[in-house]
Design a binder for this molecule. Structure first.
Ligand code: C2E
Ligand code: CA
Ligand code: CA
Length: 699
């Protein structure tokens, strides 16, 4: 739209004719005032204005328009008299874009205006983009570049160079100075992206790449650019900026890294491991001879070490172990930490199983060297399970599971360094699952039973109480002992509800006996508590409920706890035990001597009674060293205010030895095997006067 301002109606008319013929839209104004109004109402693309006009002349009009926001960049063409050099000069000084001399060549006017319009648009675009970039550059501390395609030179601003650690004179204006420094892996992409914008396939050149700096390090840059094009839309220049985004890139890379790595050791985590494993599975399905193996590694007794060292050193230990394993495995293999003290190794391209077993041997050897943890020397052994691709896995999880199963097998065989998975292990694992579901059913259907084994007072040879021992009346397999199912019950935590049932049943039975028989008046009932039971937050309230419900006085209840369950939750256990103690409940340390017993550790816990494991008691009559150990344990226990029960006492000679060591109580098959409650009741009923132990052996 062209605004024509002239007081000469003839000129207005001719201008309108000439321009409308060339598809311009035309607005007319008779004087400067009207022109100003029209300009304000609707900004034209160009204004043609006479110098001499009434009210407001051309120069003044031009000045006023240039002062307006929307008038800043609109091309203004002044109509001057022929050779009127003064007017021409004045016109430019007030901001006119160009001038036309009267008399006008109406034929050529549209072409001239077209040219002015296009030039001004290009100029304005450039100005806008330059402004934009100088702003952005100032704000973001960018480097600027200006690539001139005509002579293929690139201007790189001082900031551009200093961002890479160069002085102004270090870098010339050959485009290779820039492109040549871009990282090999990014270069061709950047060139493609530059070309795409140059050939107008994209609206903006935008690219992220690494570029080498003066110190030969790569920095990440974000680069943006805009092409300047000629009338035929051919780019003859591209101008842009370059921002250092290394920090952001590193943060992004760290996020990606963290998502698939273990934070403590920096090793690949389960996600990454499973990903690599599934790649291998895929590869082996395509390639005939491609074999691989998975090693599943679990540290032995790590929990104990971790608890005694403290978690900080425990963490250090894990890091060191990770580093050691890494040293001995092959370069391309993946070592991953699954969590806790479990590591897995993916051995790729194994020709046969010995490659995997050799790795296992090397790891064992490497771990034999003590690890120095701030002065403390620690040796950690591990159990390794191995499984091979030849089994024909379809899913990575299955392979991991089987390696884990083999690892468990290695763990329960102290002599074995590693175990290779075979299908019988799978069956074993399946049978564990079966036991678990059977246990659930047993709990629902009341298939459990409590057996009672007397604990006798050695000096008087009288019964002082009973230990409750669980049995499972399995519908198909008959009576099962704890060895057959307890591990699964503990692992699956089903021991918690099962144990509750045992405590309830044992307390109820003992209370019944007390109500029925006078000799039962002082009897105690001992019940075993496993680690998960001890760790239950509601243990205290559950025991209270049971005592309330059965009416048993808490002083007749003894809870037997093994050392290993204390280690598994020592601080919480201590609290729980103290509370139980204040209720009047007695506490026994069970299987003493089989763990890592130390009296210094033991005295922190409020035990009333110590049960010496039967391994110390058997052969007591034959081996002098055992006698000494038992003597020592008994006297130390007495010093700590505990009474002592000897487990598994057999022959009469042993009995005498125990008496000699002033051990108070004994419990064992030779005295009586565990029996059903009904059998115990019957014995008492048949022989009401006799409270000595022989009375119970009449089945
Ligand atoms: P424990 O606490 O050491 O219990 C004593 C075990 O030794 C019992 O085995 C008992 O039958 C056996 N025993 C007693 N005298 C002799 C002997 O002279 N010679 C030999 N060789 N063995 C003898 P049982 O009943 O098979 O129980 C095994 C373990 O299962 C128990 O060891 C205890 O740790 C656990 N357990 C048993 N019942 C329960 C229960 O209700 N809850 C929990 N959490 N654990 C239980
Ligand atoms: Ca026990
Ligand atoms: Ca025991």
């Amino acid at each position: 739209m062209i605004l024509v301002a002239d007081d000469d109606p003839m000129i207005r008319f001719l201008a309108q004719q000439a321009l409308e013929n060339r598809s311009f839209e035309v607005e007319l104004a008779e004087n400067g005032g009207e022109a100003l109004e029209k300009f304000e109402a609707r900004t034209p693309d160009l204004m043609l204005c006479d110098v001499m006009m009434p009210i407001v002349d051309g120069f003044e009009l031009c000045t006023l328009i240039r002062a307006m926001k929307q008038g800043e960049h609109i091309p203004i063409v002044m109509l001057t008299g022929l050779n009127d050099a003064n007017s021409i000069e004045k016109a430019f000084s007030v901001g006119a874009t160009d001038y036309c001399e009267k008399p006008m060549n109406w034929e050529l006017l549209p072409y001239k205006l077209n040219y002015i319009l296009r030039a001004s648009t290009a100029f304005r675009d450039l100005q806008v983009s330059e402004e934009r970039y100088s702003l952005v550059a100032r704000g973001a501390n960018d480097g600027l570049w200006d690539w001139d395609y005509k002579d293929d030179k690139v201007y790189l601003s001082p900031r551009w160079k200093s961002m890479l650690g160069y002085e102004e004179e270090d870098i010339g204006n050959d485009p290779l100075e820039w492109i040549g420094r871009i990282h090999r892996d990014d270069k061709s992409r950047v060139i493609t992206e530059l070309h795409a914008h140059k050939t107008a396939k994209t609206d903006l050149f935008e690219s992220e790449y690494r570029i080498k700096n003066a110190e030969n390090n790569y920095r990440w840059m974000m680069c943006r650019g805009l092409a300047v094009r000629d009338d035929d839309d051919v780019a003859y220049r591209m101008i842009g900026s370059q921002t250092d985004i290394t920090d952001r890139k590193q943060a992004e890379e760290k996020l990606v890294f963290d998502a698939v790595h273990d934070a403590l050791t920096g090793l690949p985590n389960r996600i990454l491991f499973l990903d690599r494993l599934s790649h291998c599975i895929e590869l082996s399905s395509r390639r005939e001879n491609y074999n691989f193996a998975v090693l599943y590694l679990d540290l032995n007794r790590f929990k104990v070490i971790n608890d005694s060292l403290g978690h900080l050193l425990g963490d250090k230990l894990l890091v060191e172990i990770g580093a050691r394993i890494k040293q001995v495995i092959r370069k391309g293999d993946t070592l991953s930490r699954l969590g806790g003290d479990e590591f897995v190794i993916l051995c790729e391209d194994t020709s046969d199983i010995t490659m995997a077993t050799n790795q296992a041997e090397r790891i064992h050897k490497e771990l034999l060297r003590p690890i120095d943890l701030e002065g403390q020397k620690v040796v950690v052994s591990c159990s390794i399970g191995i499984t091979e691709s030849s089994i024909g896995y379809k899913r990575p999880e299955d392979m991991l599971r089987d390696a884990d199963t083999a690892m468990y097998r290695a763990k329960v065989r102290p002599s074995s360094r590693y175990e290779i998975f075979d299908s019988t292990m799978h069956e074993k694992a399946m049978s564990i699952l079966r036991i678990e579901s059977d246990l659930r059913q047993a709990l629902e259907e009341g298939q459990f039973d409590v057996y009672y084994q007397p604990i006798v007072e050695i000096s008087e040879e009288t019964v002082s109480g009973f230990e409750a021992l669980i049995r499972w009346n399995h519908p198909k397999l008959g009576v099962l002992i704890p060895d057959d199912f307890l591990e699964v019950a503990v692992e699956s935590r089903l021991i918690v509800p099962i144990g509750r049932w045992v405590v309830t049943e044992a307390c109820r039975q003992m209370q019944t006996w007390k109500e029925q028989w006078a000799e039962a008046r002082d009897w105690t009932i001992s019940v075993n508590l496993s680690a998960p039971e001890l760790a239950q937050p509601d243990l205290i309230s559950a025991i209270n409920d049971i005592l309330d419900k059965t009416g048993l006085d808490p002083i007749f209840l003894k809870l037997e706890i093994t050392e290993s369950s204390l280690i598994k939750n020592s601080s919480h256990a201590l609290q729980t035990m103290n509370t139980l103690r204040t209720r009047g409940i007695h506490l026994s340390i069970d299987d003493f001597g089989t763990g890592h017993s130390s009296f210094s550790y033991l005295h922190q816990f409020p035990f009333d009674e110590l049960k010496i494991d039967r391994t110390f008691i058997s052969e007591l009559d034959k081996r002098a060293d055992k006698q000494q150990i038992v003597n020592a344990i008994v006297s130390l226990a007495h010093n700590l205010g505990m009474t002592v029960v000897a487990e598994g006492s057999a022959s009469g000679a042993i009995y005498e030895n125990l008496r000699g060591a002033s051990c108070e109580y004994a419990q064992g098959f030779s005295i009586m095997e565990p029996k059903r409650a009904i059998q115990i009741s019957r014995s008492i009923a048949f022989d009401v006067d006799r409270t000595d132990i022989t009375g119970f052996n009449t089945d």
